[in-house]
Design a protein around this ligand. Structure first.
Ligand code: 4AD
Ligand code: MG
Length: 433
C-alpha cells in the first residue's frame, strides 16, 4: 500500500505510489480501460485502471463500482496536463469499501429544488455545494480574524433569553420551567452592550432565530449572525468599521477561495471593486431615488427587498442607507438629535440585488428615553432592568451592527437563494433533513 494522502496535497507526491480514500464521482470505460473520478473531500482526481496492468479482481471490481461507492485506491501519482485537476493516478489496486445497492438518487440530470432540498444530506457531496460551503467556512475564519486582529474580545451570548431582542413579531418561544416564557435569541446585541462596558470592543458569532413568515430568497428561520459592539463609537464610526470589515473579508475571500469561486463560475470582477469608502445615502434620499424609479412609496414606509435591489442597481459598491424613521426600527436605537422623526442607524445594502446584509445603529444611551421607548413598545421594563442598568452606571455612547452570514456568503458566491449558503437550512416549510 502507498503513502496515504489527501488529493489537495497531490503536488507534493508526484512520482510516488500513493493511496487515497474516497467516493466515486463518475466512471466511464472503454473496454480495457476504466476512468474513475474519485473525490476525497479535499479534491478530485482521475484514476486510470488499465486491464493489462492490474490483477483480475481489481479490474472486475471496477465493473461493479457505482456512483458514490466508497473505496481505497493505490497507484502511481502522475502529473497529467489533460486530466481535470492536472494529476492522475495509474491504479495498481483498488479496495472496495462499499458499493450502494441502489442507484444514487442525485444524477447529472437536473433535479428540481424541492428534490434537492429533500436530499440535502446527499446534495452536500455535489461539486457546487462543496464549493459554497468551503467558502462559508473560510469566510467565517476571515471574519473572526478581522475582529481578533482589531483586538476585539469574543463574547458568546446566550441562545435562550428572557427578553425580546429585536421585535415581538417573529419570536420562537418555549416554556422555561417555573420562570415563564423563554425565547430563542433573535440577536446577541443586548448582551454585547453589557460586555462592551467591560471589554470596550466585543463581538459574537452564532445562530440566531426568527420565526419569519417571509418566504423569500433572503430569509431563513435559523441563520448565523456576526455582531460587533464598540464603546465610544458613534454612528459614522460604526459605518466606517463596517465598510472596512466587508472590504477586508471580500478581498481575502477572493485571494483564498479562487478554486471554489471558479467552480461556481462567479464573475469576480464585481467583487474586486469592493473597497472603502462605500456610498452613504440617508433614508430620505433613498425614498427620493425610489420615487424617481417609479415605486409607490412614501416617507415613513419600510424599504423592502425589491426596493433594496433597485437602490443597489444605482451603485457598484455596497451602499449604506442611514437614519430610518424611528417607527420602523427597533426600540434600542438612539434618536437622531437633528431630526426627531429618525434614529441613528444604518442598513448596508449589497450590490447585485443581494439586499440588506448588515443592520447597525448607535444605541440609545439615555435611561429616560430608553425607558420611554420600552414602555411605548409594550415591553415589560422589569425584564429589561439589567439592560437599563447599563444606562444607570456610567452610560456611554456606543454602536454596533450585525452581519447576516448567509446573505454575505450568497453575495460572494453569487447564489440565487440563501438556502444554499448554510449546510442544513431551516425555512418555514423545511426542517428535514
Ligand atoms: O437587521 P437585523 O435584524 O439587526 C439585528 O439583529 C441587530 N440586533 C444587529 C446588531 O446591531 N447587533 O439583522 C442583522 C442582519 C440583517 O442585515 C441580515 O443580513 C440578517 O441579519 N438577517 C437574516 N438573514 C437570514 N434570514 C433572516 N430571517 C434574517 N434576518 C436578518
Ligand atoms: Mg435589519
Amino acid at each position: 500500500m502507498g503513502n496515504e494522502i489527501y488529493i489537495e496535497d497531490c503536488r507534493y507526491h508526484v512520482g510516488e505510489e500513493v493511496t487515497i480514500k474516497g467516493w466515486v464521482r463518475h466512471k466511464r470505460s472503454s473496454g480495457s480501460i476504466f476512468f474513475i473520478e474519485v473525490r476525497d473531500g479535499t479534491g478530485e482526481i482521475q484514476c486510470v485502471v488499465v486491464k493489462s496492468e492490474v490483477d483480475e479482481s481489481t479490474f472486475q471490481s471496477c465493473d461493479s463500482l457505482k456512483i458514490e461507492s466508497s473505496l481505497k485506491v493505490t497507484g502511481l501519482l502522475r502529473e497529467e496536463k489533460r486530466a481535470p485537476g492536472g494529476y492522475e493516478i495509474s491504479v495498481k489496486s483498488i479496495e472496495v469499501i462499499h458499493i450502494p445497492e441502489e442507484e444514487y438518487p442525485i444524477s447529472k440530470k437536473s433535479h428540481g429544488i424541492d428534490f434537492l432540498m429533500e436530499h440535502r444530506h446527499l446534495w452536500l457531496r455535489s461539486r457546487r455545494q462543496w464549493a459554497i460551503l468551503r467558502i462559508r467556512s473560510k469566510v467565517e475564519k476571515i471574519l473572526r480574524d478581522f475582529f481578533y486582529e482589531g483586538r476585539f474580545v469574543l463574547i458568546d451570548t446566550p441562545i435562550l433569553t428572557g427578553s425580546i431582542g429585536e421585535s415581538a413579531g417573529n419570536l420562537f418561544e418555549t416554556e422555561y420551567f417555573d420562570l415563564g416564557k423563554a425565547y430563542l435569541a433573535q440577536t446577541g446585541q443586548l448582551y454585547l452592550e453589557a460586555a462592551a462596558a467591560s471589554f470596550g470592543r466585543v463581538f459574537c458569532f452564532g445562530p440566531t432565530f426568527r420565526a419569519e413568515k417571509s418566504k423569500t430568497r433572503r430569509h431563513l428561520t435559523e441563520f448565523w449572525m456576526l455582531e460587533a459592539e464598540m464603546a465610544f463609537f458613534n454612528s459614522d464610526m460604526n459605518m466606517d468599521i463596517q465598510e472596512k470589515m466587508i472590504s477586508y473579508a471580500v478581498k481575502r475571500a477572493l485571494d483564498e477561495c479562487e478554486q471554489e469561486l471558479s467552480i461556481l463560475e462567479r464573475d469576480t470582477s464585481k467583487l474586486e471593486k469592493i473597497e472603502p469608502p462605500f456610498p452613504r445615502i440617508s433614508y430620505s434620499e433613498a425614498i427620493e431615488i425610489l420615487k424617481k424609479k417609479g415605486f409607490s412609496i412614501e416617507w415613513g414606509d419600510d424599504i423592502g427587498g425589491d426596493e433594496e435591489t433597485a437602490i443597489s442597481e444605482e451603485f457598484s459598491k455596497p451602499v449604506f442607507i442611514y437614519n430610518y424613521p424611528r417607527e420602523i426600527k427597533a426600540f434600542y436605537m438612539k434618536p437622531n438629535p437633528d431630526d426627531a422623526r429618525t434614529v441613528l442607524c444604518d442598513d448596508l445594502i449589497a450590490p447585485e440585488g443581494y439586499g440588506e446584509i448588515i443592520g447597525g445603529s448607535q444605541r440609545n444611551d439615555s435611561y429616560e428615553l430608553l425607558m420611554e421607548r420600552i414602555r411605548e413598545e409594550g415591553l415589560d421594563p422589569d425584564k429589561y432592568a439589567w439592560y437599563l442598568d447599563l444606562r444607570k452606571y456610567g452610560t456611554f455612547p456606543h454602536s454596533g451592527f450585525g452581519l447576516g452570514l448567509e446573505r454575505f456568503v450568497s453575495w460572494i458566491c453569487g447564489l440565487q437563494h440563501v438556502r444554499e449558503a448554510i449546510p442544513f437550512p431551516r425555512l418555514i416549510n423545511r426542517i428535514y433533513p
